[in-house]
Write a protein that binds this ligand. Structure first.
Ligand SMILES: NC(=O)c1ccc[n+]([C@@H]2O[C@H](COP(=O)([O-])OP(=O)(O)OC[C@H]3O[C@@H](n4cnc5c(N)ncnc54)[C@H](OP(=O)(O)O)[C@@H]3O)[C@@H](O)[C@H]2O)c1
Length: 332
């Protein structure tokens, strides 16, 4: 079997047990979330059947005293070391490219996606995690100072060297993902086979920026590319940082348009029918669409709620009603 074939013949979302569809985001572990709480959340997650844990070399430089990242991977490394056998049980996902080179000048000064940087950063991640391989590694954010073909080759080499099982892109526009994939496929090398973007039930106003990344939000072109090329899709910030259910956190202004009111009305209807929270219905709706939600909870009850959402009995009719709400036409 060629590397290209192997990349497209992976297990699909619905072949996996419910809890394994949820990705535990470790972004704030070791900074905003202290180490004992991080350990407790990780234990709770695996005890409930969770497998995927997401981190990055740069987590979380903006919340650390030094201005540089690595704390999340270090906490994960200490947790794995304290739990013999755990490394073989969990699936680790990390990213490179966004760590600051000069903390005072981010995002202009960052490690980026050159061949040398990809290798160097991944090697450092493995050291912090205390492992010899990760199950998924991502080009975290675009680096247009480097040909995307160079990044594609460097990432494919991590797979052929056995230090990474699969590779993905995060915050890249569809055309760059496709360009990198064509380059790899044409050379019979491992192509990017997963995309990671911000996504949720509410949709932002066209032309607005939802975060740090110009191509951060999962747009229709990426959805189409993923469907046609059988790419997995991971969604970050699916709960809008808690805004669906926490009255202290308003829905961000970029979602301020008539479609949001219509979507929230149907979301509330379905949540009432299922005796669930808005956030749980959002996570169940994403999963029903074949998307892996990534949860960044900071409290055991939040994680419990997200895990329960993976078995929420959302019916096809409810999923269709949710999806059918037009987010762009004028209010009726
Ligand atoms: N590729 C990228 O560029 C990128 C960017 C961002 C994130 N990510 C990944 O995605 C993961 C998740 O991202 P995120 O933390 O932004 O997503 P999120 O899950 O939408 O937000 C997490 C926050 O939501 C709140 N929350 C969670 N469950 C809740 C509940 N049941 N009720 C009320 N509030 C709840 C908590 O806030 P409080 O702590 O205030 O209670 C929690 O810290 C990260 O850990 C990271 O791995 C990737």
């Amino acid at each position: 079997m060629t590397t290209t074939q192997s990349a497209t013949q992976h297990t699909t979302l619905h072949d996996t047990p419910p809890a394994a569809r949820l990705v535990l985001g470790a972004m704030m572990f070791g900074t905003a979330v202290d180490e004992p709480t991080s350990f407790a959340l990780l234990d709770q997650f695996v005890d409930a059947g969770g497998r995927w844990i997401d981190t990055a070399d740069c987590y979380s430089f903006w919340a650390s005293e030094s201005g540089y990242g690595g704390q999340s991977e270090e906490v994960l490394g200490r947790w794995l070391a304290a739990r013999p056998g755990m490394r073989d049980h969990v699936l680790l996902s990390t990213k490179f490219g966004a760590e600051p080179r000069d903390a005072a000048d981010w995002p202009a000064s960052r490690t980026g996606l050159s061949a040398a940087a990809v290798r160097e950063q991944l090697t450092r991640s493995l050291r912090r995690l205390g492992t010899d391989h990760v199950d998924l590694a991502w080009a975290h954010m675009e680096d247009r100072s480097v040909p995307v073909e160079e990044t594609a080759d460097a990432c494919a080499a991590l797979v052929s060297d056995g230090v990474v099982a699969r590779i993905g892109t995060s915050n890249h526009p569809a055309w760059r993902v496709e360009r990198a994939r064509r380059h790899a496929v044409g050379r019979d090398k491992e192509p990017f086979s997963v995309v990671q973007h911000a996504y949720s039930y509410l949709q932002p106003r066209p032309g607005t920026l939802t975060g740090n990344h110009r191509f951060g939000w999962l747009d229709d072109e990426l959805v189409d590319l993923a469907a046609v090329e059988h790419l997995d899709v991971w969604a970050y910030t699916p709960l809008l940082s808690g805004a669906y259910d926490n009255p202290a956190k308003p829905i961000p202004e970029v979602f301020d348009h008539p479609g949001t009111a219509r979507r929230l009305a149907v979301l509330d209807d379905v949540a009432a029918e299922l005796d669930a929270s808005r956030g749980q219905v959002v996570l169940a709706w994403l999963t029903a669409r074949g998307i892996h939600p990534m949860l960044g909870g900071s409290k055991p009850a939040q994680l419990e709620s997200a895990l329960a959402a993976m078995t929420l009995p959302l019916t096809p009719d409810q999923a269709t009603r949710l999806t059918a709400v037009d987010v762009t036409s004028p209010a009726s």
